[in-house]
Design a protein around this ligand. Structure first.
Ligand SMILES: [Zn+2]
Length: 548
């Protein structure tokens, strides 16, 4: 007898034709068919009337930072604010609300808050002079801090942070307030309400030291629980975290036992360029220890470069008007060694690569692994791929590499402002910027995600960004996908990329009961309105995790 039946839907099965209804029993889908057939078997089951709304496999966001995203639900969000006045106005009530915070922390500060010139500590001092304050950009690759915060963190006179990170210094010999990349801003994050634990896995991959006590763990779990509720509200039943350490795996396992884990979550091991490659053995330890359907580990995450906005993405030619093309975090030899070792252990690899040179170096590393270990169904991933040299486009299909992309990272998505030729990119580089359809058209696999909290974890605005996009000058290529293809890249294909295509991502008997019932018929909506569609019910492992 089913526990739950869903009737009167437009059920997109990704497994043959659409259906109208389905039945769930013991966390599994047991039947898919017409409303009449499924109603006949309903018995005492809970009946969900989809009222013509689209029913889909639960969304899987294949690139998130769960702890960071959850923590940020609590921090002031500065997205869309411009100029000193707007900043000060937003900060005043926030500061009043939080008299006890050692450091006032905000997120999603606009790189262009002050127009064309970089933000300085003096700008932030003008908004809030009397308390330590810092804000991270949406991409988490830059933090700006005011004078009080820099003094408290001991950064006023600079710091040696190694390759790729920088405390930017002014002509006066003091820090300007701009902190580039993790090693530069770690001392600031240590002063937030989460002590930087929310970002540790993201920045250093390390576990917090000393190990957090019970009370601290409870604070962290409460934050993550809110994050899960937020994800469930957006129809999400699965997450691929892009940062990780044993601490996060422990917290999530405790939450599973406590009943607060609302999305299945995969946690990787984060290998830094400053780590010995032997550290990859920790990934095997994580994989061996965490093997559940709800919490598991099977992947190594690396960063190859930074981001375009701060010109830290590693490019094949210098940025317009400069002689800098930035530099890779991993040397070529070290990266190949890491790929060969991880691949030989049967681990999946996911690498952040935004610049075209970083994308090439990553493909070269995957190719080296294939040569050394033989070809296998590895499903190695490249995260972001915001620029690519045309010669490298066919290599995704050739090497079996997955393009893992974020529709809202492209200015086409309408979330971040577009840039003009010769600012961050040369005119000829636009043709292959954010090339999700171009790569997919070669037959390579494409998966979608948000990189939450870089952009909101909300699924449907990302779908709208991929399907409709906003009007932009013609030098931005048209990369629009059909609705069904975009939805597949968020469900079926995200299940495939985690090696779970036989267990989820499609609606058919025998699959895990991860299902989202949308409040509307997506096929009938104008593409530029899709972002407004919201789930009515979310079901993960046969349990209702959200309903309106
Ligand atoms: Zn990320």
């Amino acid at each position: 007898m089913p526990d739950i039946v869903i009737l009167n839907g437009r059920v997109i099965t990704f497994d043959g034709p659409d259906a109208e209804a389905l039945a769930i029993e013991d966390g599994m889908i047991t039947a898919v068919g017409s409303t009449a057939d499924i109603r006949d078997m309903a018995g005492t089951a809970r009946v969900i009337d989809a009222q013509g709304g689209t029913v889909l496999p639960g969304f899987i966001d294949s690139h998130v930072h769960l702890f960071g995203g959850s923590a940020e639900l609590d921090f002031l969000n500065l997205h869309g604010l411009k100029g000193a006045q707007q900043l000060a106005a937003a900060l005043r009530p926030y500061a009043a609300e939080r008299p006890d915070d050692t450091l006032l922390f905000a997120c999603s500060i606009d790189y262009a808050l002050m127009g064309d010139r970089p933000i300085t500590r003096h700008d932030l001092d003008a908004a809030i002079p009397d308390r330590p304050f810092a804000a991270s950009t949406a991409d988490h690759h830059t933090v700006y801090a005011n004078t009080r915060a820099l003094e408290m963190a001991g950064l006023m006179h600079g710091a040696d942070c190694g390759v790729g990170s920088e405390v930017v210094m002014g002509a006066d010999g003091l820090a300007t307030g701009e902190l580039l990349e993790p090693a530069a801003f770690e001392p600031i994050l240590k002063m937030t309400t989460f002590g930087g634990r929310d970002m540790l896995g993201m920045l250093t991959g390390a576990d917090p030291v000393p190990a957090p006590d019970r009370q601290t763990r409870a604070i962290d779990k409460a934050a993550i629980a809110k994050g899960f509720q937020h994800c469930a509200r957006h129809g999400i039943t699965g997450l691929h975290n892009m940062d990780g350490n044993f601490y996060q795996l422990e917290l999530l396992s405790e939450m599973e036992a406590e009943g607060t884990l609302l999305c299945r979550t995969e946690i990787p091991m984060h290998l830094k360029h400053t780590d010995p490659v032997e550290r990859i053995d920790e990934a095997a330890e994580m994989r061996a220890r965490y093997t559940g359907d709800m919490v598991w580990s099977n992947r190594v995450k690396m960063f190859q470069d930074g981001v375009l906005d701060s010109r830290t993405a590693y490019m094949l030619e210098p940025y317009p008007g400069t002689d800098s093309r930035s530099e890779p975090l991993f040397s070529d030899a070290q990266f190949k060694q890491a790929c060969i070792r991880a691949d030989a252990m049967g681990l999946q690899i996911a690498v952040h690569a935004i610049g075209d040179a970083a994308v090439r170096q990553t493909l070269d590393g995957y190719e080296a692994a294939q040569k050394a270990n033989g070809a296998r169904d590895s499903r190695h991933r490249i995260e972001h791929v915001e620029t690519i040299h045309p010669d490298d486009i066919p290599r995704f299909k050739q090497l079996g590499v997955v393009a893992s992309m974020q529709p809202l990272h492209s200015p086409r998505g309408g979330f971040f402002p577009p840039y003009e030729p010769n600012d961050l990119l040369h005119p000829h580089q636009f043709k292959t910027a954010f090339p999700w359809r171009t790569i997919r058209d070669t037959g390579a696999a494409l998966v979608f995600s948000t990189d939450w909290p870089v952009v909101p974890v909300d699924v449907m605005p990302s779908i709208q960004g991929a399907v409709a996009g906003i009007e932009l000058p013609d030098y931005w290529p048209d990369q629009r996908l059909t609705l069904r293809d975009a939805l597949a890249a968020y469900t079926r294909d995200n299940a495939w990329v985690e090696f779970n295509e036989d267990r989820k991502g499609r609606l058919r008997p025998g699959m895990m009961a991860d299902v989202v019932v949308m409040g509307s018929d997506l096929d009938a909506m104008p593409p530029d309105q899709l972002g407004n569609a919201m789930p009515a019910v979310t079901i993960c492992a046969g349990r209702i995790t959200f309903e309106t």
